[in-house]
Design a protein around this ligand. Structure first.
Ligand SMILES: [Zn+2]
Length: 392
């Protein structure tokens, strides 16, 4: 993607509108989902046979070829139409390419390992009829439909079922956003376990222990065999976490023009002993929220290596901070070289911020968002001084 494409995105972005479907349509949607699963499994079988034939040349079927092979299949189905089948074919090919496998997981319609329902469709097949929606000859009503009224055009979407069994209409819509200027120049953000995130100005997002707080209740529900209740508690925890992260990322994006994040690999850490805390802290979610919200508002969001950020003194640069596993327990320390007192996390966030200013000293900051153009909006004063300094 060229930089010109990114510029278009920053003023015009895609967001997914999620609207809960009313209960009267659940039975129909569930039946349609069974047909979607059959169609998906047909894709899986057909394309894996083509990729590993008994004789002849192996072939990776494209979505177009799957469309051709499945032409006329709508006769077999009572609920879904040709547009849904084509969307399944396209999604199947996309997933297969993403994972680089000849065969994907089957979609299961029944039993305890049942796949969550999913019914994709093309934009033109969901029609608005006054207050109602028409899909495949069926009337579908949603909650909060006034949110739909603001939408002029939407893209290809889907109906999706959550773990509790509710159905949602997911519609990607184009939203126009105005790049704005943030009041402050830059901030560094250190992602940690004790606090989910700490900024270079000392602001903290507490790791809420969203799951840990609800764990006893979840365990109790599971012991008693109340699976639905356990699922609901999981959902409550996830919502609380998402809410806290959204509020924090919004505050940061509204306030700072340049946002620098330390590159913690949440996936790598999630495999260690600290896994539960890592997932609870929601690092990956916070990172992606800062990136997309920043892009919408015309901010520059960069990711830099975290190496040495907790050991180096942010005042003089000496590697005088706590090191190793034992160092994790040290919350505040005094620099041997300059005598400055540091809070461990704030110091790390300040180092992350300065890593952006001198990127040559930092390695491994290869991020797809690094090439994002700086905002076209006029820079605040402090940034202007830095630029003229660089010119001299
Ligand atoms: Zn120092």
């Amino acid at each position: 993607m060229g930089s010109s494409d990114r510029r278009v995105l920053s003023s015009d972005s895609i967001r997914t509108l999620r609207l809960k479907v009313r209960g009267e349509s659940y039975r129909w949607l569930s039946a349609a989902a069974v047909e979607v699963n059959q169609c998906w499994n047909w894709c899986n079988e057909t394309s894996s046979k083509a990729a590993r034939p008994f004789a002849g040349r192996p072939q990776w079927l494209s979505a177009f070829e799957l469309d051709r092979l499945s032409a006329g299949a709508t006769k077999e189905f009572e609920h879904i139409g040709a547009d849904t089948i084509q969307r399944i074919n396209a999604e199947y090919v996309r997933k297969r390419q993403q994972f680089g496998k000849a065969k994907l997981r089957w979609r299961v319609s029944r039993g305890s390992r049942r796949s969550l329902g999913w019914v994709p469709f093309k934009a033109q097949c969901l029609r608005r009829r006054g207050k109602r929606l028409r899909f495949c000859g069926k009337t579908i009503r949603v909650f909060q439909r006034e949110r739909l009224a603001e939408v002029l055009r939407f893209k290809d979407g889907c109906f999706a079922q959550d773990a509790v069994g509710n159905w949602w209409l997911c519609l990607p819509v184009r939203i126009e956003t105005e790049p704005t200027v943030a009041p402050r120049e830059a901030v560094g953000i250190d992602l940690g376990l004790r606090h989910s995130a700490v900024t270079s100005e000392g602001e903290r997002l507490e790791a809420g222990h969203y799951y840990r707080g609800l764990e006893p209740a979840i365990a109790r529900a599971q012991r008693r065999g109340h699976r639905q209740q356990a699922k609901r508690l999981h959902r409550t925890a996830a919502r609380r976490r998402a809410d806290a992260l959204h509020k924090f990322s919004r505050r940061i994006v509204d306030r700072y023009q340049n946002i620098v994040i330390g590159d913690v690999s949440s996936l790598k850490l999630a495999k260690t002993r600290m896994a539960k805390s890592v997932l609870d802290a929601g690092w990956g979610m916070l990172k992606s929220q800062l990136q997309y919200k920043g892009q919408q508002a015309g901010r520059s969001v960069s990711i830099v290596s975290e190496k040495y950020t907790s050991r180096a003194c942010s005042a003089c640069g000496a590697l005088s901070g706590p090191a190793g596993v034992n160092g994790l327990r040290v919350r505040t320390w005094v620099c041997r070289a300059c005598g400055d007192t540091h809070d461990r996390d704030v110091n790390a966030a300040r180092n992350i911020l300065s890593a952006r200013r001198c990127p040559s000293s930092v390695r491994g900051n290869e991020s797809s968002h690094r090439s994002a153009p700086p905002s076209r909006a006029p820079r605040p004063r402090e940034a202007g001084i830095a630029q003229s300094g660089a010119a001299i």
